[in-house]
Write a protein that binds this ligand. Structure first.
Ligand SMILES: [Fe+2]
Ligand SMILES: [Fe+2]
Length: 276
């Protein structure tokens, strides 16, 4: 078993910002400065959020009893659920925009639902929580880079920039909540490591499938130029997501805690710029 809950070492309160974004007809189809495959990669992530975050909330709430005697973590759990609920709402609106563009949103969302239903049916509750903690690590890392590398959203539509930066900031604010509840529930290094490997494989296989489907709708599925642009964004460009992979590996360090990755400066800069 890993060290007991350490909510006192990290964020002690979360701000629940009930924001809404104009993700409608005014947003161009390829809103990331015309970068088609990169736009679709971010759209792709949005497909996962409404159902994924519902699963996160469910798996954390199922363990409320283990934080009964920790008032700080108990409050963080409540605010975590509230933040994720609003994220889910805004990503449903985002996905409505994608549906209006003719993308097969319902089919993709149903595919996510099926995976999560299978996880709920076959995994014990604490293992489901390990899945949540693992995927929260991913969302926090992507969010960290969105905040810390302004080049990542350079040239994108301002409303989409605002939405992604808000979500990125709140993911970093609450990045330790599921992890701390998991530890309080007796979670351990071996389980969380195996689950991270499995969750990574399942998640990225789906990302690749959805990316291909969305690029096919744009007529780009066979475009070497668009696939190369995406690979560069994910693995090569200093202003892209390449650092995610190094930070991802940090999860496998015994004694790792999400707060080891310092996002405080990036969150503060976002708060100052967004007036949040
Ligand atoms: Fe979220
Ligand atoms: Fe989250």
């Amino acid at each position: 078993m890993e060290e007991a809950c350490s909510s006192m070492n990290g964020t002690q309160t979360l701000e629940v910002r009930n924001l809404t974004f104009a993700t409608g007809a005014d947003v161009p189809r390829h809103w990331h400065g015309g970068r088609r495959s990169v736009t679709r990669f971010l759209d792709n992530l949005s497909i996962f959020f409404p159902e994924g975050e519902r699963f996160f909330v469910m798996s954390v709430q199922a363990h409320r009893h283990v934080v009964e005697n920790d008032p700080v973590l108990r409050k963080l759990v409540r605010d975590f659920c509230a933040q994720e609920g609003i994220h889910g709402r805004e990503h449903r609106r985002y996905n409505d925009m994608l549906r209006a563009q003719g993308l097969p949103v319902d089919e993709m969302e149903q595919s996510v639902v099926r995976i999560l239903k299978r996880a709920k049916r076959t995994l014990p509750p604490r293992t489901q929580l390990a899945v949540t903690a693992a995927l929260e690590h991913f969302t926090a890392l992507m969010g960290h880079l969105i905040l810390a590398r302004p080049a990542l959203l350079e040239g994108a539509h301002p409303e989409m920039v605002a939405l992604w930066r808000w979500h990125a900031a709140e993911e970093n604010e609450h990045k330790a909540v599921a992890f701390d509840v998991y530890r309080a529930a007796g979670g351990n290094y071996a389980e969380r490591s195996v689950i991270m490997l499995a969750a990574t494989a399942v998640f990225w296989a789906k990302v690749l499938e959805f990316q291909t489907r969305m690029m096919a709708e744009d007529g780009d599925a066979l475009s070497a130029r668009e696939w190369i642009a995406l690979v560069r964004f994910l693995f090569v460009e200093p202003g892209g997501l390449q650092e995610v992979w190094r930070l991802w590996a940090d999860w496998f360090r015994p004694g790792f805690h999400p707060n080891d990755i310092d996002s405080a400066g990036a969150i503060a800069a976002w708060q100052a710029s967004a007036g949040a």
